[in-house]
Design a protein around this ligand. Sequence first.
Ligand SMILES: Cc1cc2nc3c(=O)[nH]c(=O)nc-3n(C[C@H](O)[C@H](O)[C@H](O)COP(=O)(O)O)c2cc1C
Length: 185
Amino acid sequence: MRTLVDTGSYGEYLHYGMPLTLVTVSDSAGRVNVSTNGSITPLPGQMPRLVVGILKDNYTNELIAASHEFVINVLTDEMRGVARLCGSHSGHDADKLALAGLTTLPARFVKPPLIAESPLNIECRVLHVQHLEDLDLWTARIMGIQVAEEWSDGRSGVDIERFRPLLYAFGQTMARGPMIGQGAI
Ligand SMILES: Cc1cc2nc3c(=O)[nH]c(=O)nc-3n(C[C@H](O)[C@H](O)[C@H](O)COP(=O)(O)O)c2cc1C
């Protein structure tokens, strides 16, 4: 027998193990906003792309609509407090960088900065937007990915053994488990 799963009021039970991230965006004066996001999907194909869903009421959405650039910063499994804070206050009325004690580093290809405390940063430029009733789906070209020493393999990749993302599944957070094999499958 199978049971129908409650999808949750915010669709939180639809998340079956996605990395939690911070999205950084800048306003026209260079002020930075940061918000928690669990709906990043990398896309297959020749051009490196991803898609992200942002709720229309969020300040992040307003800033992406104006600037067409953002950075995805992958959280470590020790950054639950940051995820909670940046996911429960709005940049409309709070400086979340200061509240969360986060610091920034310049990006290479876009204006919004990287979050220094996040070891993996994905610089994005918007290609396309699809407007849904309550959220916008932003498809973006990945302009560059930077990895900090703590997750780097020392060449040009991520050391999968050291990679410790904060995962979000069924409304809960968790750390990753052990590796079970090498290669894609
Ligand atoms: C675990 C978690 C996941 C979230 N995922 C998303 C998401 O995928 N898209 C989104 O728009 N908001 C998401 N949020 C909510 C935003 O982070 C929240 O509405 C935030 O206050 C928006 O800030 P802003 O107004 O500064 O953009 C998430 C929040 C949490 C706690």
